[in-house]
Design a protein around this ligand. Structure first.
Ligand code: AMP
Length: 597
């Protein structure tokens, strides 16, 4: 990178690196954050030199320039839709250097959607090493705060998802599926600080039930050795505990007999789990005793008593799962270790044991070139001057814009971040939110337009009953497991004698689900991580009461707009007290891993 070596690291009070390898990793973090601006300059110049011959960059006539000033002057800030024609050509087999001079190795399918389908992010082989580099920094930081993690195992619920192919044969799959299937993950060298209870085969099983079952079983077998429990996002760990609630009897039986349930049909999973599973009367008795009374408070620490922390992301939309995780774990610390996306891995949390509300991520300047649009809370989406990592101010909010080695140039990710402090010269960011996301239970991100379209499509079913949806709002209910979308509808029924039946309103729930994006439908159908959508019909006049309430709290009548998503308790109580009927989707919506390109 062209920065000085011989960095001196001052460790947080009372901490020392766990081993020589950790010391090197911490030194690297120190180097990157001390010379943040230099590193960024070099990264941009490297990217521009690497991709100088691409069709995308050629059109902006950089004429070989690799400096920031020319880049900022000539290359526009873009959104996914601007890149779609290029991405479509790559998907259809054009192998010329369109966005990247390196061959596109695969598409990573983002949970962000465009026109109802996952966005396709082109990536190159070398990016896998960059991601691996960021992963390699996580445990050295963790080991500073939690000693002894080499004395046991991590119980991590990790999953792959179905993948598909573009017409030209490029694989398209989520970034974690790509990572877990990579040699970097599968043949990783033994590392005493990173020993998982789940054998690779259980993680690499595409059947969600069999994968979860076998990972839970191994977690139970190794229960006394487990020092940390986790999943990528909080919703995944909550789902795992729900799975235990539903399947403990069968799991205990397998442990008692030493014979794996015939529900596990994947032979590679059977083979590897059978090597671990031995008849264990005492363990089976213990599991039955802990689970049979249906008391799930503190279940994590009861079953895995040596757990020191939960390793799950509880920032952003995942904050809604903090209370249930506290309930399951007796308030164990929840560490949010990293901040990443399909487009680019961004950075890590340098103080992982802080409270979720204080979590900050430090973007590693070697991962890509990062720019920031000062964020205007009024909703003004126009782009003014873009700032560099080193120019940001504490307290201000920014929208993240990235330029990657894979060929995204000045791409708006959609995340809003706030600078909380600096580590050396690198800002530390609080994740504020993803722009335009109204509802999110798991990886799904539903925006206002998608919700509006879903309501419009569903209300088509009401036409023959002379009924209209006059107002609506929504709420992501995570008190149920899995969580589900609740939509409040106020109806105008012109002919009450011939109004819509319960059955028609149930079908409206399904019609809404059918209209939602493919990430929502996949979560509903393949992952079971979202429950059936619910419509709560409220009494006529309820939304006027809602407005009156907002006005008593200071809203202006002229500017009042019905909120399309609610979470404020008094408003929810008002809505719930006016509910006249409740309807659930009677069937899962349509979803297939195939997509049109
Ligand atoms: P995806 O495109 O599916 O890979 O999702 C990436 C997005 O997930 C990011 O752009 C963020 O909006 C969100 N995300 C990733 N990591 C975190 C985190 N640590 N905290 C909050 N949100 C996150």
């Amino acid at each position: 990178m062209g920065v000085d070596s011989g960095i001196s690291v001052s460790y947080p009070l009372g901490t020392t690196p766990a081993c020589e390898r950790d010391a090197k990793a911490l030194e690297f973090i120190e180097e990157m954050t001390k010379y943040c601006d230099n590193v960024q300059r070099n990264v941009l110049s490297e990217i521009l030199a690497q991709n100088a011959g691409t069709e995308y960059l050629q059109q902006w006539k950089l004429d070989g320039a690799t400096d920031r000033e020319t880049f900022k002057e000539k290359v526009p800030v873009v959104k996914y839709e601007d890149l779609l024609p290029y991405i479509q050509r790559i998907a259809n087999g054009d192998r010329s250097p369109i966005l990247s001079s390196h061959p596109i190795s695969e598409f990573l399918t983002s949970s962000g959607t465009s026109a109802g389908e996952r966005k396709l992010m082109p990536t190159i082989a070398a990016e896998m090493d960059r991601r691996q580099k960021l992963y390699s920094l996580l445990m050295p930081v963790m080991n500073l705060y939690v000693p002894g993690l080499d004395k046991g195992k991590g119980l991590y619920f990790l999953f792959i998802k179905a993948e598909t192919k573009t017409p030209s044969g490029l694989v398209a799959r989520p970034v974690l599926t790509s990572y877990y299937k990579s040699d970097q993950f599968k043949t990783r060298p033994f590392d005493p600080y990173n020993v998982y209870t789940s054998p690779n085969e259980t993680i690499l099983c595409v059947d969600a039930f069999q994968s979860m079952y076998s990972q839970m079983l191994c977690g139970l077998i190794y229960r006394e050795q487990v020092l940390r429990c986790g999943a990528v996002f909080a919703s995944g760990l909550v789902r795992a505990i729900k799975f235990l609630q539903l399947n403990w009897e069968q799991l205990a039986q397998d442990i008692e007999t030493g014979y794996l349930s015939p529900k596990i049909t994947d032979q590679t999973v059977r083979d590897c789990v059978s090597k671990i599973l031995k008849p264990g009367q005492e363990l089976a008795r213990f599991i039955r005793k802990e689970c049979c009374e249906g008391n799930w408070e503190g279940i994590i620490t009861r079953i895995w008593p040596n757990t020191k922390y939960l390793d799950v992301i509880v920032t952003g939309a995942m904050a809604q799962y903090i209370p249930i995780l506290d309930y399951y774990s007796g308030n164990l610390p929840k560490t949010c270790t990293m901040y990443a996306s399909s487009e680019c891995y961004f950075g890590l949390n340098l103080t992982p044991m802080v409270n979720p509300s204080e979590v900050c991520y430090t973007i590693m300047p070697n991962m890509g070139y990062f720019e920031f649009i000062p964020h205007d809370r009024s909703g003004n989406d126009s782009v003014t001057e873009l700032l560099d990592l080193a120019d940001l101010e504490v307290g201000k909010e920014y929208e993240l814009v990235i330029t990657t080695y894979s060929g995204l140039c000045r791409y708006r990710v959609g995340d809003i971040l706030q600078v909380k402090s600096f580590h050396n010269s690198a800002p530390q960011f609080k994740f504020i939110r993803r722009k335009n996301v109204l509802l999110s239970i798991d990886a799904d991100k539903t925006d206002e337009t998608e919700l509006q379209t879903a309501v419009e499509n569903a209300s088509e079913l009401l036409k023959e009953f002379n009924t209209k949806v006059v107002e609506y709002t929504s709420y992501g209910d995570t008190k149920t497991i899995p969580g589900h979308y609740v939509i409040y509808w106020e109806l105008l029924v012109e002919d009450p004698v011939n109004g819509p039946s319960d059955d028609v309103l149930d079908q409206c729930c399904l019609a809404m689900e059918e209209s939602l994006n493919s990430v929502y439908r996949q979560s509903r159908v393949a992952d079971n991580s979202i429950g059936p959508l619910e419509i709560r019909v409220v009494k006529s006049g309820t939304f006027e009461e809602l407005m009156d309430y907002a006005i008593t709290r200071g809203a202006s009548i002229n500017q009042y707009k019905v909120p399309r998503c609610v979470s404020f308790t008094p408003i929810m109580e008002l809505l719930d007290s006016r509910v006249v009927s409740v309807h659930f989707s009677p069937a899962p919506p349509h979803w297939t891993s195939e997509r049109s390109f």
